[in-house]
Write a protein that binds this ligand. Structure first.
Ligand code: PEP
Ligand code: MG
Length: 579
């Protein structure tokens, strides 16, 4: 293995510095060791393979049954395809023959046979062929995990592991975090992808190194500098020591700075108060400090509880979880967003249907309303956790008024059943919605009449207004939350909320962007909810803002459609005021 020092320039999508050892994950490479097997143990090896296949088939049947119950006909087709693959008699006959002739372990022979089989299919540009590769890899992953006795799932990584992988799902981030990984280098993913958001909320550095990741050897020393988007492969001892020092200074500094913030909420230079809140996903290192500073939770992405468990947690587990958060932050409010699943937020080996356009598909409130048992369980847990009167419910991806009415009906039913059983909850719990879809923004006046608050999800709103997938690096230059079309929509929603006398916040990443903050405040956004690591910088900007001045500029900026115009005029006006 090469121990040559090399520096890769990438883009930081989650801040921080980590030092560690690389763990390179290759797609479709199951990292199976090749072991010579004595002739006397060959039949045991074949029996093990047969058991692994049988167990996989049983699991697939169980997943098929549950898919049929939850999602109906089209979804089960995936399992039918995977069952055919798992039980492919000719393929298995060939694998067994190879185990006998090569005298190698079943896992190695099976994994090699799978990779040989999919190599030509991978070259195809046909959608169905590509889906077949996904299905084969999913089946192979299951068989191999049974062959290793499920070891791969629970295996801990060596301390200070930095995972290097072409792609990472949000779920991967959670799984690797549980295995104690400290940072990531990836080739794909946008700054506002859910993978990036979850990494940021867990304060795990991630560098996007498009081609560069390929030059990182497995098990080499690595420094990931998320402050400037740099990866150092095989650093010198001096660099190692220097970065160790820098890491020490940086790590606790953020938390210390939140602790030391002057009174909250922050006030502009001309005395206008701006609400500040935090976006959280899973218990993280900043929670205690945020709670102690009484910073409310403006967005709790509850779906990460599902991703972390790889299944929908039962009512009791969810209740404990929500109740702990509510208690920790009380009396500050905690907005629990109902499960926002689908698109790029799916559990590993889930029975979610494959979709051609998942961003336009069965995500957010759409899937939740169709899985009413899942939704009701979550609502019961949230309502039970609302006894301190500081919990609010928020619905993701609303695109039509009917979705709010259907959700309200379910909430009323759940409340009724709790009341009948004498279980306590907050009867006046507030219900809010996220505006992330153009149809919702354009009808915000109507929607605002049936909810208690609105939160603008600019991450999704941007991708839907500009037709630019937030996870696709090829369109990253088009994905611009400061585009005049997006700003116009935000302003429309803010005005509609205020006309209907309900508060409005922004909880997309734009709320933590110091360039956008003056603009959002000038538009009249009441609260900015952001990743904890943005709070200090945003508060600093707010204190410098002249609200009256900014307010006068917002209209011309939006109608001129240029943010640079705003910046120029802002500075012109400031200069003319000085003169
Ligand atoms: C958003 O879309 O802006 C948002 C806050 O939700 P998420 O990023 O979880 O999709
Ligand atoms: Mg969203």
């Amino acid at each position: 293995m090469s121990s040559k020092r090399q520096v890769i320039q990438g883009v930081s999508i989650s801040n921080g510095i980590v030092l560690g050892v690389s763990h390179v994950v290759l797609p479709g490479d199951f990292h199976v060791a090749e072991i010579a097997i004595p002739a006397s143990l060959i039949s045991t090896e074949i029996d093990t393979l047969e058991i692994a296949i049988e167990t996989t088939i049983e699991e697939l049947y169980a997943m098929r049954r549950s898919a049929l119950r939850k999602a109906g006909g089209p979804v089960v087709k995936i399992f039918d395809a995977q069952l055919l693959i798992a039980g492919d008699y000719e393929f298995l006959k060939d694998v067994k023959k190879q185990i006998r002739s090569l005298r190698r372990n079943a896992a190695f022979v099976y994994s090699k046979a799978v990779q040989d089989a999919i190599a030509p299919i991978k070259l195809s540009s046909d959608h169905y062929m590509r889906q077949m590769v996904v299905d084969i890899e999913a089946v192979a992953g299951k068989v191999l995990s049974h062959l290793s006795g499920g070891e791969t799932k629970s295996k801990k990584l060596p301390p200070n592991t930095i995972v290097v992988s072409k792609v990472l799902t949000p779920n991967d981030v959670v799984t690797y975090r549980d295995l104690k990984a400290v940072g990531f280098v990836v080739a794909e993913g946008g700054t506002d992808s859910h993978m990036a958001l979850i990494a940021r909320s867990l304060i795990l550095p991630v560098i996007l190194a498009e081609e560069g990741w390929k030059s990182i050897p497995n098990k080499c020393r690595l420094i990931v500098d998320g402050t400037i988007g740099e990866v150092i492969i095989n650093p010198t001892d001096e660099e190692w020591t220097k970065y160790q020092r820098r890491r020490k200074r940086l790590g606790p500094a953020l938390l210390k700075r939140i602790r030391e913030l002057s009174p909250l909420p922050p006030v502009t230079a001309d005395g206008y108060e701006v609400g500040i809140a935090a976006n959280l996903s899973l218990p993280g290192p900043a929670d205690d400090i945020l709670a102690a500073r009484q910073i409310p939770v403006g967005l709790y992405r509850t779906e990460f509880l599902y991703l972390a468990h790889n299944e929908f947690p039962d009512e009791e587990t969810q209740y404990q979880y929500y109740s702990t958060i509510a208690e920790k932050f009380a009396p500050a409010s905690v907005i629990l967003r109902a499960f926002d699943l689908g698109y790029d937020k799916l559990a590993v080996q889930s029975d979610w249907p494959a979709e051609d356009n998942p961003a336009l598909g069965w995500r957010g409130i759409r899937s939740l309303l169709d899985m009413s048992a899942v939704f009701k369980t979550q609502l019961r847990a949230i309502l039970r956790a609302s006894v301190r009167h500081n919990v609010k419910i928020m619905l993701p991806m609303i695109s039509d008024l009917s979705e709010i009415s259907r959700a309200r009906k379910l909430i009323s039913r759940v409340k009724l059943s709790l009341r009948r059983k004498g279980i306590k909850y907050d009867p006046n719990i507030e219900l809010g919605i996220m505006i992330e879809v153009p149809s919702a923004a354009l009808t915000a006046d109507n929607l605002a009449k049936s909810v208690d608050f609105i939160s603008i999800g600019t991450n999704d709103l941007t991708q839907y207004v500009l037709a630019a997938d937030r996870t696709n690096r090829r369109v990253v230059s088009l994905y611009n939350p400061l585009h005049p079309a997006v700003l116009n929509m935000i302003k429309m929603v803010v005005d509609a909320s205020h006309r209907n006398r309900i508060p409005v916040s922004v909880c997309g990443e734009l709320a933590g962007d110091t360039v956008a903050v003056p603009l959002l405040i000038g538009m009249g956004v009441d609260t900015l909810s952001m990743s904890p690591n943005r709070i200090v910088d945003v508060c600093r900007v707010i204190k410098k803002i002249d609200f009256g001045l900014i307010q006068r500029l917002v209209g011309p900026v939006i109608s001129s459609g240029s943010l640079s115009t705003m910046m120029d005029r802002l500075y012109d006006m400031k200069d003319s005021q000085k003169r």
